[in-house]
Design a protein around this ligand. Structure first.
Ligand code: MG
Length: 248
């Protein structure tokens, strides 16, 4: 069942999303070569607390940290720790917060120092794919219009979309219905309606779309060891079209 949010609820979700966007703005300033991912995690925790919000991932199904830091071939759910960021790394940071009863979810991928041409292209294409998916979030479109527009842009650029992980509805729960794959057939799926709020999150691999999970039972990596990239926004469908809740 898909929860339809009232305008009042969307206002609250916007508050949650704005807090998260500001956490990212402040956290990204600390991202540079030599910094440990565990330090970024601690900093994110204190920024979220300062904003009187709660970290949504901490203890979620036993997850041990506030943020996910996925480096290079890691796709999602990398656990922050002693790893020191190095020049040329690609780092995705995924954070969720809970504020006044509502969740927001956002991911940004940043290149550490100078990037390979492939990494730079991967960042650009994934960011564009997210924007294209969001643009489909208009009342009257269908769910897989979002998916198809993401897949089309990614594959046109000779990258692949991860199949095993998907976007999701969001609201009073971090993960609500529906699941939103980053691949699919346009003009299919249910009709999009005003008041639906989705976390759209293309995960794009430089090589094959196949992934596997490491023995820590969290970190998902590409099966071929090539780089992966991830961007995510929490977005509401309004009468005026999509409204991104996780931007400043
Ligand atoms: Mg998400």
């Amino acid at each position: 069942m898909i929860n339809i949010k009232t305008p009042e609820e969307i206002k609250k979700m916007r508050q949650s999303g704005l807090i998260l966007a500001r956490v990212f703005r402040d956290l990204i300033k600390e991202v540079k070569p030599g910094v440990r991912t565990g330090k970024l995690d601690k900093h994110a925790f204190s920024l979220i607390k300062k904003a009187k919000a709660k970290p949504a991932f901490l203890n979620f199904r036993g997850y041990p940290k506030t943020i996910c830091t996925s480096i290079n071939e890691q796709v999602v759910h990398g656990i922050p720790g002693v790893y020191e960021l190095a020049e040329g790394d690609l780092l995705s940071i995924d954070i969720g917060v809970l504020y006044d009863g509502y969740f927001s979810d956002m991911t940004v991928t940043v290149g550490i120092g100078k990037q390979s041409r492939e990494n730079a292209k991967l960042i650009e294409v994934t960011k564009e794919a997210l924007a294209r998916g969001i643009n489909q979030m208009v009342p009257g479109n269908r769910l897989y219009d979002i998916s198809a527009s993401i897949q089309e842009h990614v594959e046109k650029n000779n990258f692949s979309v991860v199949r095993d992980l998907v976007g999701h509805g969001i609201g009073r729960s971090l993960h609500e219905d529906p699941q939103i794959p980053n691949f699919g057939e346009s003009s299919t799926g249910f009709l999009l309606r005003e008041g639906m709020v989705f976390a759209i999150e293309p995960m794009v691999n430089a090589g094959s779309y196949r992934v596997k999970t490491l023995n820590d039972e969290w970190t998902v990596v590409t099966a071929d060891g090539r780089t992966s990239c991830h961007f995510e926004h929490t977005v509401a469908i309004t009468a005026d079209g999509p409204k991104i809740l996780t931007e400043i």
